[in-house]
Design a protein around this ligand. Structure first.
Ligand code: CMC
Length: 378
């Protein structure tokens, strides 16, 4: 039986995992035993993707081969390109990815469970292609059909190159690479849990990833990075932010990018992305956005003892990399597909249908109205 204390399954252990652990004491996140701080400092996103999907870090040859493999998987089937062209320009980019994933599942269905890792790699490689093919077709010189291949063998560099139509700045490329590492995996968060639920019914990987994308889209989860950007860019300077945030708190509004279900003493990923945001602000100018963010952080701690989660400083970091606001959550999808895939593989290894129970709060059993009386008469 659940009680109100466990509303939203808070504090409930819903299964076992060997993929990552979140230290609720407030300072740690580990992917297969490696601290997030070390991975963000020393690894590449592809190295982390390999670690999550295959269970161990690759050696240098395995990493080179893996990067080459991902690079070779970027092309979109023609039928998928046609769907991307047919989607309206007004489509939410998260829906572009959810639809693209679903369409790929019809063109290259999962017929053999031994190929799950291969499909995961294909999705990681094609999600940027789907998004940017759709984007460039609709928004850059209307009707341009771009090649979804570049010489860059990193997803971060490739993404920026396709987005901007030119080789990326080194600092921006590494900032995106680090952000993809930070977003790659997070234990039993809502989207991962939805992927595991779908998997537990013996459904296919594409359906599980579509469930996860739909779950990530909401502003209480992945959508918070875009919502945080909307919040920050609303203020013209720090004093304006101070006034605005106090007003929002007085109205009991949520401040996007703050708080967390599990961490109580700070999100260990936040300091890492904050440092990158600062570096980018110093290098590319426009420090006001960073300063406003810092002021909001101070007020939130003073007034609510709440700290920024990964999404808050990701917003300004992405902005400094020239990424459109509505691409923030899609970038999260590209990265988290590694974590989702690792959980789908793990769920399948020791599956049991996930089907919790509910406390019923509806009417007591009652007779069905007599068929001779109309319901309005009753
Ligand atoms: N702004 C204002 N008040 C807040 C916020 C916030 N961002 N977060 C929590 N609170 C308040 C909340 O209203 C509650 O107040 P009260 O006790 O007076 O009703 C109190 O703090 C406790 O909230 P909680 O129990 O920690 O909330 P939760 O565990 O159900 O929700 C959360 C966690 C992340 C959904 C919530 O903090 C929130 O809505 N944050 C804003 C959205 C956000 O940034 N989401 C990203 C989450 S982390 C990365 C990811 O997964 O994408």
């Amino acid at each position: 039986m659940t009680t109100d204390n466990h509303k939203g399954l808070a504090g409930i252990v819903a299964g076992q995992t060997a993929i990552s652990t979140v230290e609720s004491s407030g300072s740690g996140l580990f992917y297969r035993g490696y601290a997030i701080k070390d991975l963000a400092e020393h690894a590449s996103f592809e190295e982390v993707a390999y670690l999550l999907i295959y269970g161990e870090l690759p050696n240098s040859k395995e990493l080179d081969d893996y990067k080459t493999k991902l690079q070779s998987l970027r092309a979109l089937p023609n039928a998928l390109k046609i769907v991307m062209e047919q989607l309206p320009a007004t489509t939410n980019p998260m829906d572009v990815l959810r639809t693209g994933c679903s369409v790929l599942g019809t063109l290259e269905p999962e017929t053999d469970r031994g190929l799950t890792e291969e499909i995961a790699n294909r999705l990681i490689a094609t999600l940027p292609s789907m998004l940017l093919y759709w984007f460039r077709f609709h928004f850059h010189q209307n009707g341009t059909r771009i090649e979804t291949q570049t010489d860059d063998n990193s997803i971060a560099g490739h993404f920026l190159h396709l987005l901007h139509g030119q080789a990326p700045h080194g600092l921006q490329q590494r900032a995106i690479d680090v952000s993809l590492i930070l977003y790659a995996e997070h234990e039993f968060n809502a989207s991962t849990f939805s992927a595991r639920i779908t998997t537990s019914t013996l459904s296919d990987i594409y359906s599980a990833i579509c469930s996860a994308i739909g779950t990530l889209r909401g502003p209480l989860h992945g959508g918070a990075n875009e919502s945080a950007m909307q919040l920050i860019s609303r203020f013209k300077d720090e004093a304006d932010a101070e006034r605005g945030i106090h007003e929002m708190l007085a109205n009991k509004e949520l401040i996007m990018g703050f708080g967390h279900r599990v961490y109580r003493n700070g999100d260990p990923r936040s300091a890492i992305i904050k440092a990158w945001s600062k570096k980018l602000a110093n290098h590319h100018g426009g420090e006001m956005l960073f300063n406003i963010s810092q002021r909001i952080e101070k007020i939130m701690f003073k007034e609510k003892k709440l700290f920024p989660n990964l999404d808050f400083y990701s917003a300004s970091a992405y902005h400094y990399c020239g990424i459109p606001d509505n691409f923030f959550t899609p970038l999260f999808v590209i990265s988290r597909t590694c974590g989702w895939s690792a959980h789908i593989i793990e769920q399948r290894r020791d599956n049991r249908l996930i089907r919790p129970s509910a406390d019923y709060t509806g009417p007591a059993p009652r007779p069905y109205p007599s068929p001779h009386k109309s319901r309005q008469q009753q």
